[in-house]
Ligand binder design. Structure first.
Ligand code: LR7
Ligand code: MN
Length: 573
């Protein structure tokens, strides 16, 4: 495969700064003119074909020519690669097949060098090596994958090798979580043979990403563990600022800034450190991003300094190996996907560590709109993981999650060991964590009411889908008592909200809109005696239509039962 001859042979270190010699594809020669340009086109064509041969389109070994108007060295410097509007049938088929298998544009990835260059997203402050200690610990990099695309996986590994100081990388441990795609078998082993740092572990059955990560940790020997998803690209200088924090304090767990690699064009997007976000979560136990809160901003002189984060996204972080073991790594009862990010976040904070996002470290990740692989049939994996998490770590606050899922907890197995672990580690309470680490989180118990909002003229409840984009229309639906889309909180500030979305009326429809905290169109007051919900700016009342099929706003009239609502867990005090 392309680039194979240029890799690391253990001790071949190039450049005066001790980085691995930047390995280049043969095709990555600078754009030129005339005869050289023809040469380049020919090399690009060969590279694209090699990549396609490595992971051919279903039942079809045919390789196709790349688009003829493709620019020189597509995707270099993280630039987007755009396919022509008019494509041959063969090309369309290849593109569709790549999307189906991966939920990103594999065909575009195959056009790009697995050693492509990226922009340098760091602030100037970060590039001054005097910021970092000279005695940084070594890290093993653990990359778990289940049916990852060939070029995307290779590019992940090469980005580590090409852009990390050689002496700071112990092993790169690839954990194959029982993939069945043929290119991930012997072909992968052969490819990485010339790279002694790369080691491939294989699970004996499908474990899911959490147990795959534990397997990787069990084989690691370096002082630090660094986890990455299998569709990442590390930028220049990504590693030192992470290791530096751990060198200073082994209980600091660190995450890079996660930049977005477009699922469609593979463009590398980034923002400067003033746009850094930290992690939070909602009562559905879903991870969410937030701007750095004011209280945290105040602790720093520069936006490039590491910031405390209540939670991590999950896939990309470094942790001291001994500290990770002390924390009991992950709950091995977590299956396939989800929840482990919050588990590690909660216990890091509650059991004596700190969790930071390090703005000087940037790693890109291909964000997908759907999960391309099989989960488990017949089990709600995510709910099971989340219930285990809530049972062990969230004390009485677990009730808010349970309420949100209609108290339907399912079978979450045995968590005795995990509770014992928490006790042995003498960890702080979840209340301490919320009060001190995540005071921004809205607590349902602090609201005037939480649960369903039911109309008294019917058996209908206020209902809105999870926010996927702004302006979700709010409707009514038969009350189902399962939380979810019928779970609301009436805040003391007069918002009817779910997580960060608020019921909003601007004169036309009642919609869900990002809470702005400015009352106005998002201000509602519940009159206990008449059971009406009065709206702030319009002075109208929330009602259902006479034929009981939709929600509307109308002049208030306390005689009309269609304007009357009962709020679950209402507490007027
Ligand atoms: O059964 C599986 N076995 C695996 O080995 C399922 C997945 N995997 C691998 C997979 O190939 C990938 O490398 O595990 C990794 C994560 O799976 P993704 O990429 O499908 O997950 P994601 O990026 O959508 O999900 C985020 O949340 C997950 C919760 O369990 C994990 O923590 C992911 O690592 C995490 N990704 C990130 O943090 C990147 C930033 C996303 C955000 C926000
Ligand atoms: Mn991912």
């Amino acid at each position: 495969p392309a680039g194979e001859d240029q890799g690391i042979n253990g001790n071949v270190i190039g450049g005066s700064d001790g980085r691995h010699k930047p390995a280049r594809d043969e095709a990555d020669i600078p754009p030129t003119v005339g005869k050289h340009k023809e040469n380049l086109a020919e090399k690009l064509r060969k590279r694209a074909q090699e990549h396609q041969k490595a992971q051919p389109v279903e039942d079809d070994k045919k390789v196709i020519d790349p688009p003829s108007d493709l620019e020189d060295n597509p995707g270099e410097m993280g630039k987007p690669v755009k396919l022509p509007k008019e494509m041959s049938e063969d090309m369309k088929k290849a593109v569709d097949d790549g999307w189906t298998k991966n939920a990103f544009n594999q065909y575009v990835s195959d056009l790009i060098s697995v050693h492509r260059s990226l922009p340098d997203p760091r602030d100037a402050w970060c590039k001054d090596s005097a910021q970092y200690r000279t005695d940084l610990p070594k890290t093993d990099v653990i990359i778990c994958f289940h049916n990852e695309a060939w070029t995307v996986l290779l590019r992940t590994v090469h980005s580590v090798l090409d852009r990390s100081p050689e002496h700071l990388i112990g092993k790169i441990i690839l954990v194959d979580d029982y993939s069945d795609m043929p290119h991930l078998k012997k072909q992968l082993e052969d490819y990485f043979k010339p790279y002694p740092k790369v080691q491939i572990l294989r699970g004996q059955k499908r474990e899911g990403l959490i147990r795959a990560r534990i397997l990787g940790a069990n084989h690691a020997k370096s002082a630090v563990l660094t986890y990455l998803d299998s569709h990442c690209e590390c930028t220049e200088g990504w590693l030192e600022p992470l290791l530096d924090r751990i060198a200073r304090n082994s209980t600091t767990v660190v995450c890079p800034v996660i930049d977005v690699i477009s699922d469609e064009t593979l463009e590398y997007h980034y923002r400067d450190s003033s746009g850094v976000n930290v992690g939070g979560f909602d009562w559905n136990l879903q991870f969410s991003w937030h701007p750095v809160p004011e209280r945290e901003r105040k602790r720093h002189n520069s936006s490039a300094e590491p910031v405390y984060s209540p939670t991590m996204a999950g896939g990309l972080f470094s942790i001291d190996r001994e500290f990770f073991n002390r924390l009991g790594t992950y709950d091995s009862g977590f299956d396939i996907w989800g929840g482990e990010n919050l588990e590690l976040s909660f216990k890091t904070w509650m059991c004596g560590g700190t969790l930071e996002i390090v703005p000087c470290s940037h790693v890109g990740h291909i964000f997908r709109k759907r999960s391309p692989y099989k989960w488990r049939s017949g089990v709600n994996v995510l709910r099971k993981n989340s219930v285990r998490l809530a049972e062990v770590w969230m004390d009485d606050y677990s009730q808010y999650y349970y309420h949100r899922i209609g108290n339907d907890k399912g079978d979450w197995g045995d968590v005795t060991d995990r509770k014992q672990l928490r006790q042995d580690l003498n960890c702080k309470s979840f209340k301490w964590y919320l009060d001190n680490i995540y005071p921004e989180l809205f607590i349902p118990g602090d609201s005037v009411a939480h649960g369903e909002i039911a109309n008294l003229a019917s058996a209908m409840c206020l209902d809105a889908k999870e926010k996927s984009e702004e302006d979700v229309p709010v409707t009514i639906y038969t009350c189902h008592g399962q939380g979810g889309n019928q779970y609301w909180m009436l805040s003391k500030a007069g918002e009817i909200r779910r997580d960060d979305s608020c019921l909003d009326f601007a004169g036309k429809d009642v919609t869900l809109y990002a809470c702005h905290g400015g009352k106005g169109n998002q201000f509602w007051s519940y009159r206990e005696n008449t059971k009406q919900l009065h709206h702030g700016t319009s002075g109208k009342c929330l009602a259902i239509s006479e034929n009981k099929d939709r929600l509307l706003m109308e002049e208030c009239n306390s005689e009309l039962s269609r304007q009357q609502w009962s709020l679950e867990n209402y507490d007027s005090s």
